[in-house]
Design a protein. Structure first.
Length: 133
């Protein structure tokens, strides 16, 4: 069964629809690659999905182990390479303050997030850097 439908809208823009929910995301080529940069680029979505996937897996881990998970924010840095143009490095800066975890719990939750499907998929193809606050 298909997960999504992507339609080209012209001018280097696409509309991506999640078929089960109808949710849509627009993408636009970045300014440094002939686009307007008015929406996420496809490579922005790859980088952003890493943090989103990590948080989801952390939430599942916490739910399964009855650990309160109330706060998590991340900023993502995407570094591009050329020849060929590709994502070279993704930096995830994740703030876990506000969860009141002891150090052992914090380490376990972080390890769960680092084992998310997106991280495993990217590992070995893209340099990944994780910083935790």
């Amino acid at each position: 069964m298909a997960t999504a439908r992507v339609s080209y809208l012209g001018n280097l823009r696409t509309s991506c629809e999640h078929l089960a929910s109808g949710t849509k995301i627009l993408t636009d080529a970045p300014v440094d690659n002939q686009g307007k940069g008015e929406a996420f680029s496809p490579t922005d979505l790859v980088a952003t999905s890493l943090a989103s996937c990590m948080m989801t897996i952390m939430g599942i881990y916490c739910q399964t182990h009855e650990i309160t998970f109330e706060s998590c924010e991340a900023t993502i840095e995407k570094h591009m390479a050329s020849s060929p143009r590709r994502i070279e490095k993704i930096v995830v800066n994740m703030d876990l303050n506000g969860n009141n975890w002891d150090e052992l719990t914090r380490k376990k939750v972080i390890m769960a997030g680092r084992a998310c499907p997106v991280a495993i998929t990217l590992e070995g193809n893209v340099e990944l850097e994780f910083n935790y606050i």
